[in-house]
Ligand binder design. Structure first.
Ligand SMILES: C[S@@+](CC[C@H](N)C(=O)[O-])C[C@H]1O[C@@H](n2cnc3c(N)ncnc32)[C@H](O)[C@@H]1O
Ligand code: SF4
Ligand code: SF4
Length: 384
């Protein structure tokens, strides 16, 4: 079984204001102390152990903006000591060379840097004037310190959707490790700023893949989106020479992302902005095993176009975080899927079946995964 992944927001504060950000308020609660973070990491490990996972879990550190914390290197050092593979999610606005070096010395190997445009004007429209230049400086500093950089792009219809494929050219120009694309969830600032979240994502995903083929893209390509599981099925020609590279798709079919706001202790499933509980008031493991939203997601059975869809195993009906943002529900088909749009009925609610845990991998899949891991590792070494 794929282990759980953990995401810890170490601050609610942020140094910029993006139009699409899913946060409603910034800095409502105080930052968690190092001691509090240590307690949360222990709870993460306990949850892993309850599921029989003893290896090193992936921990992404985010916020708010984690670099606003002066003690971020200590937080990273602590997490590495507690046997997590740490990844930082950052806007990189504050990162200069000495700071990047201090992150590297603390044990950081991979940083995901948000870039919401393939050019300055678009990025600054989303993330504020002057931030393209600051983020570029941050990217160069991270690279110079020996940290892998993955550019993360939230595809916003009417803002940056059309130029999304050009991010791949930028990846090659900047010689960073890769690009990751995600759909926006309609929450927080995105609602406040009336950001358009409905768009033709399927076409743009296909164009991104086609563009990768055209420019002989040779770096990481990731879609943080279950709908992308349809790409290699419906676009077998494009997968040639592309999916053989270190690629990644949303993995919520066989791993679960536990997200915690360290300032409040509130617990979430990935980007579903429905608070599941609070780890200071409830036992995290028990909450994770029994919360009705999670039990529902684990046991859903296909309906409508999803029934018989070749991508069901990986996609499981689309992204519940996006669906929740659009409808307030989690057990409904994802209406951004072109197959769902083409079905006769409006999006249908999923049924309930016996599936009660993350999907166990078959032997073939496990071997495939091992092969992919080794390929990814080799890839990282070459890219360095
Ligand atoms: C909330 S930010 C926190 C880390 C850091 N401040 C940053 O911007 O990278 C984490 C990631 O979520 C993305 N994000 C923010 N609002 C979103 C939304 N409404 N839907 C999907 N992703 C969103 C950001 O673009 C960023 O890549
Ligand atoms: S997306 Fe990140 S950088 Fe932008 S406002 Fe939200 S927390 Fe800050
Ligand atoms: S039909 Fe359903 S399972 Fe298939 S890709 Fe669309 S949302 Fe996913």
């Amino acid at each position: 079984m794929r282990p759980h992944r953990f995401h810890l927001n170490v601050t609610e504060k942020c140094n910029i204001r993006c139009i699409h950000c899913y946060w409603e308020e910034y800095g409502k609660h105080r930052d968690p102390s190092l001691d509090t973070i240590d307690q949360i990491l222990t709870k993460f490990k306990d949850l892993g152990k309850a599921y029989g996972e003893h290896g090193r879990h992936i921990l992404t550190i985010g916020g708010g903006e984690p670099t606003v914390r002066k003690d971020l290197p200590e937080i990273i050092r602590l997490a590495v000591r507690r046997r997590f593979r740490v990844r930082l999610v950052t806007n990189a606005v504050k990162i200069d060379e000495p700071y990047a070096k201090s992150l590297r010395r603390a044990g950081l190997r991979i940083a995901q840097v948000s870039l919401d445009g393939a050019c300055e004007a678009t990025h600054d429209r989303v993330r504020g004037k002057g931030n393209w230049a600051r983020t570029m400086r941050g990217i160069h500093a991270l690279k110079k310190a020996g940290i892998f950089v993955i550019l993360s792009y939230v595809v916003l219809p009417g803002v940056n959707l059309e130029e999304a494929p050009l991010l791949l050219d930028l990846v090659q120009q900047l010689k960073v490790a890769g690009a990751k694309f995600a759909r926006p969830v309609r929450e927080g600032q995105a609602i406040l700023h009336q950001v358009e979240v409905r768009g033709d994502y399927w076409s743009i995903f296909k164009r991104i893949v086609d563009h990768a083929g055209q420019i002989h893209y040779k770096r990481l390509l990731m879609f943080f989106d279950p709908l992308a599981h349809l790409l290699p099925i419906e676009q077998p020609a494009s997968q040639k020479g592309l999916w053989g590279l270190a690629t990644d798709l949303c993995q919520c079919d066989n791993t679960e992302l536990v997200e915690v706001n360290g300032s409040s202790g509130d617990v979430y499933y990935c980007r579903i902005r429905h608070k599941l509980g609070n780890l200071w008031q409830q036992d995290l493991t028990r909450l994770w095993q029994s919360h009705p939203v999670l039990v529902g997601l684990r046991s859903k059975t296909p309906g409508g176009a999803c029934d018989g869809c070749d991508a069901w195993k990986g996609c499981r009906g689309g992204c519940p975080a996006v669906v929740h943002g659009n409808t307030g529900l989690t057990l409904l088909q994802d209406s951004d899927c072109h197959r769902v749009q083409e079905q006769a009925a409006p999006p249908v609610a999923f049924g309930r079946g016996p599936f009660s845990s993350t999907r166990p991998l078959g032997v073939g899949e496990s071997l495939g995964l091992l092969g992919k891991r080794m390929r990814d590792m080799a890839y990282f070494v070459v890219l360095r």
